[in-house]
Every structure is written in structure tokens, then in C-alpha cells.
Design a protein around this ligand. Structure first.
Ligand code: ZN
Length: 309
């Protein structure tokens, strides 16, 4: 009898949990990567204030951020400010004010854009700062779509792009990831995308890798005109060729797994198709920046690619 009572209590809890999750309080958790300067290395001493802007879709309701870790030296602190009614205010507590570190910290719920502030004193003591790995939000996100998702410049066609991989790509273990990335775009239906492997160093897409440390990006894609002039992200011109440079040492120093590295490679190949970054943290896209576990184009990315190509 007692056992039966317990079972119905469990069922009742399950029922209410499921109603709760499908109600107006339904929320979505999305992976993000927001970190203080130099993380996982030490931040710079006496920087006074280091702001990391939290960009979110205007169509979401409220949101909260999850810090995987905050580490500060004595007298330094991390806080989150947001603007309610046009005035900047703390979105709750100051998260760490003494030397040491904490992990697994959710902020209070926030509305509108916010800033993560790392406030440091010039006392010779530094630590690693913060890394935010999740956002939880209510409502619907608004990704960049159609023309807004792209640079104003691109190849004239991507239906048969020649791709050269320098020997360094294999040296640092990225050949399979490049193949996977190319295949994930090639497989999109209702889009005219194709790649042909080339042994020519003058192919349209030229991919190489290096083991140089001290840089602050995982990889970089750069388009050029046919005469070799670098094209900026705001120019309206046609690409002649593009380079992708993979920074193996940087990814290793940031602790990227094979999955995280695959994300970086697929992301860069998105740039090859002229996809720009998706900056709103609540959006699910291969075109968000950072150390993430998404490895192929999301539904948003796919529909954008189908729009342009
Ligand atoms: Zn990028």
C-alpha cells in the first residue's frame, strides 16, 4: 500500500513537471562561449574594467547566463550589469570578490543586453577570469536570415569550388575534419554546392595549418580578389580565391577536443560560403564563435545557405 502511494506521487510530480515545461515558462538552453581576455591564461592586471557584451535577440523574453568558472585574484571581481529602464544596474550579486575560484554559477534572470564586467586592481595579482558556457532563455530567438546572414561579397558560384589542402593540414590532424566539413555543406539539398579536391596551390580554396602559439583565434578565413587583394567583410566585390589558416597550437592551448575542432573547421567553411557570424547568443548556429560542440550547419544555417546558393 505504501509503495503504491509513492508511485502515484512520482507520477504526479512527473505530470506537473511536464506541464510546467510546456507552459509559458518553457525555456531553451543554448551552448555559448564567452570568456575574459586571455582565458585560460591570466587576464591583464589593472585593466580597471573589462566588458564582455552579451548580445541576445530582441525577441527573447528573459535569460540567465551560466558561468562554468570564475577565478579572480585578491581585490578583483566579476559582475554582470544590465539595463533596466535605461539605467545600468547590477543584475544581482557580484559573483566573486576575493581570490580563488567558483564553478557552476547561474546569474539571476536578465532582460535586454548586458555586460559581464571583470574589474581588476593594479596590485600585481591576476587570475584567469571567467568563462560562460550556457545561456537559458524564454521566448523565441531571432537569427540573422537570408541576405542578412551573409557578407556582401562572395564567390560568384560555389557549385564546383576547387579545394587545395597543404601538407600541414594532415600534419596537424585536420584532413578528416576538412572532409567532414565540406561534406556537411555538399549534402544540403536545394543548394548548388560542390567541392573538388585539387593539388594546385592556386585552387579557389587554399587550406593550411600551423603550430604557432600566442595568437588569439582558432582559425581564420580570408577572401582575396583574383589579383590578390584582401577583401574586407564590408566590401561588395567578387572573390577570386580564399585562404583558411588553422591555428593548431591555439586550439590545443584552449583545450579544444576533436569535436570542438570539427566545429571550428565547419565554421570556417561556412565563411567560405560567405556566411557571417551569428552574434546573438541564443541562436543555434555553426556560425557562432567560440569553443562549441555543434559540428554541422543548424537548420538556420541550412535555410540561409538554400536562400543564397
Ligand atoms: Zn568566424
Amino acid at each position: 500500500m505504501k509503495r503504491k502511494y509513492l508511485l502515484s506521487t512520482v507520477l504526479l510530480v512527473l505530470f506537473f513537471t511536464s506541464v510546467f515545461e510546456s507552459s509559458a515558462y518553457a525555456s531553451t538552453v543554448q551552448e555559448v562561449d564567452l570568456r575574459s581576455a586571455n582565458y585560460p591564461g591570466n587576464y591583464i592586471d589593472g585593466m580597471n574594467i573589462y566588458d564582455q557584451r552579451v548580445s541576445v535577440s530582441s525577441t527573447i523574453g528573459s535569460y540567465r547566463l551560466h558561468f562554468a568558472r570564475i577565478a579572480t585574484a585578491a581585490n578583483d571581481r566579476v559582475s554582470v550589469t544590465s539595463s533596466y529602464s535605461g539605467t545600468s544596474q547590477e543584475a544581482g550579486t557580484i559573483y566573486l570578490t576575493s581570490s580563488g575560484y567558483s564553478t557552476d554559477i547561474w546569474t539571476p534572470w536578465i532582460t535586454g543586453p548586458a555586460y559581464i564586467n571583470l574589474i581588476t586592481t593594479n596590485d600585481g595579482n591576476v587570475s584567469t577570469g571567467f568563462v560562460v558556457d550556457y545561456i537559458e532563455y524564454t521566448g523565441t530567438s531571432s537569427p540573422l536570415i537570408n541576405a542578412n546572414a551573409f557578407y556582401p561579397n562572395s564567390f560568384s558560384s560555389v557549385s564546383n569550388l576547387s579545394v587545395y589542402q597543404a601538407p600541414s593540414v594532415a600534419t596537424y590532424g585536420y584532413s578528416t575534419m576538412v572532409t567532414n566539413g565540406l561534406n556537411s555543406y555538399d549534402a544540403i539539398t536545394n543548394a548548388n554546392i560542390g567541392f573538388t579536391a585539387s593539388t594546385s596551390t592556386t585552387a579557389q580554396v587554399r587550406i593550411s595549418a600551423n603550430n604557432t602559439s600566442g595568437l588569439d583565434f582558432f582559425a581564420i578565413t580570408q577572401p582575396y580578389t583574383s589579383s590578390g587583394k584582401a577583401i574586407s567583410s564590408i566590401e561588395t566585390t567578387t572573390w577570386g580565391y580564399a585562404t583558411v589558416v588553422i591555428n593548431n597550437a591555439v586550439m590545443n592551448s584552449w583545450g579544444l577536443t576533436t569535436t570542438n575542432k570539427q566545429k571550428v573547421i565547419t565554421h570556417e567553411l561556412g565563411h567560405i560560403l560567405s556566411l557571417n557570424h551569428q552574434t546573438n547568443l541564443d541562436v543555434n548556429s555553426i556560425m557562432k564563435t567560440g569553443k562549441l560542440t555543434i559540428t554541422s550547419p543548424s537548420s538556420v544555417d541550412i535555410s540561409n545557405i538554400q536562400y543564397k546558393w
